[in-house]
Design a protein around this ligand. Sequence first.
Ligand code: ADE
Ligand code: ZN
Length: 327
Amino acid sequence: ERLPELLRRIPKAELHIHIEGSLEPELIFSLAARNGVALPYDSVEALRAAYAFSDLQSFLDIYYAGASVLLHEADFHDMAWAYLQRAAADGVRRAEIFFDPQTHTERGVPIGTVIAGLSAALTKARAELGVDADLILCFLRHLSEEAAFETLDAALPYRDHFIGIGLDSSERGHPPSKFERVFARGRALGLHVVAHAGEEGPPAYIIEALDLLQTERIDHGVRCVDDPALVARLAAERMPLTVCPLSNVKLCVYPTMAEHKLPALLDAGLCATINSDDPAYFGGYMNQNWLDTFAALPQLGAREAWQLAANSFEAAFADADRKAAWR
Ligand code: ADE
Ligand code: ZN
């Protein structure tokens, strides 16, 4: 088969990966043992069996519980290093990696511990794996604006260790407008700006992310198809969408992969990309997403593969010289 081989080998950028979502059940159990954390599951198999989700919130409840084993700098390092090795094997040359500091600071883990561990793994990946990776700090949108401001303040001593800010967690009921002021502060600090919008939430949340947060990319964004004028705007602005096909199926945004709207997004001229979101929870890393998406959607062929890879580099946060080194 020539197409799967192309999909595996083609150089690509991953722009939507939550590092806490790369925590495999085996690593959760080994970190729990190392740190003396009790888990409400008897075995790796029992934990994995709980990965049957009906919507975003049913996933988030288990995802935050899994992250409770992360306590020390080495834990964050080991998690990120495991992801980066898998990314390198999948032809990922550039990774822009989300992390959720509030998931850890709420449990008493200092933000400096989180950032130091992740950052060390990224430095090692640049040297040893040829993966150019950077961090994007995400605010949990189910928490308050004030908590987001406190998180940004706490991260400022480590300003050189992350390139942007994002917005994730429970989308419905937590519109981008709730975080307009903290995003303005982030932009004033010279940080890149992205936000999850239009995963489960309505097209209006995508419009808020663009107009109020002034995002440079939209994470997910697939529900833009409910608003043709918005699709036209996203295409005209070449506003990237970081689409996560396996995630969308596991979280029941689409009943099956065959019903995914990625082909329609590409046909509309959108800068859509393929990403893994939370690969340990959704059934696969970058290449599994590419392979399953192309297998289920016969409209997608080699031309679309090259387009998606080009889109991922276009949408990445780096200057042209740095981008040239990834291809
Ligand atoms: N956090 C981790 N994965 C997420 C997703 N798919 N949507 C919102 N928040 C998340
Ligand atoms: Zn996400």
